[in-house]
Ligand binder design. Sequence first.
Ligand code: MRU
Length: 361
Amino acid sequence: MLIQGKPSTTIWPDPDGEGVFILDQTRLPHVVAPVLLRDLGDAAKAIKDMWVRGAPLIGVTAAYGVALAMRQEAADAFLHRAVEVLRATRPTAVNLNWALARMLAFLGQMPEELRRDAALVMAKKMAADDIACNEAIGEHGLALIRAAREKRGGAPVRILTHCNAGWLATVDWGTATAPIYKAQAAGVDLHVFVDETRPRNQGASLTAFELGQQNVPHTLIVDNAGGHLMQQGEVDLVIVGADRIAANGDACNKIGTYLKALAAKDCGVPFYVAAPVSTFDFSLTEGRLIPIEERAQEEVTYISGAAANGEVVTVLLAPKTTPARNPGFDVTPARLVSGIVTEKGVFAADKEALAALNSAK
Ligand code: MRU
């Protein structure tokens, strides 16, 4: 996708071989700041402190993290330690476990002296695969947007999305946004309603930023406005991402997604989840088993943004001593999900349909 008109991905190996570059997403949209990760500690910090975030990008960053670790030391003990350090960074997005398991299985069976180069090759392959998966999600999702346009008699299709399941949450394309970018390229008129997504405001700071950079028409709304817009008939389709999907189609995504799904059901608005197969956790029978990340109270009681002079500042919103609760994710039950858009096609959110997806992996 584009930043200031230039094609970019969210993560790329340093051409000089010093490490891996990421964009520090905590500084967007105010500052576009590439950061060089040089070792395992840098990669773990980048994921934990959400310089990178979004399930697919967390997975790919972890894969690069293992590659950086193998430059430090390629012995078995350090490989296992690297996997555990990275696994401990964030609990909900299953792509992290998926990527680490792949790296471990691949590197564990080869001689130590080959691991350094092989780990980098594998991480690059996982990054390329992520791009291909998301582009395929875009093609399958485009069919849903075209169908919505038919219903609208050719008028712009109005899509609501929550959090950032955009290209910034992946290596490129995004999951929920891939169909949007494909539709734009196909000349389908659309308009995106962007939930601000408190407490960290990934919608306001990241989704609005990336849609703006791509010239996709969009409007930022407060989290509580989505239900009202759906009641007013102003939303044709909801598309969100996911951090983990259970075998029965229950989908875990950023906190607040569940309320959007409830409103969509009540208003008869189709509600789609877009995610690669790596976001499915077929070992969990239902969504209530998904670990939900509890984050710092300060994310609720403080807010940050750019001051009039451009400086990025953080200000207190609540009384200093007010306690806050901050679950990072919620689970949307499968019964509220119209379909799951994957790189292998659109699947019903139920056990039988997803079992077919699992066996086709
Ligand atoms: O806490 P975050 O910013 O990592 O949460 C991100 C989300 O919830 C995304 O919607 C999800 O990971 C899908 S990303 C394609």
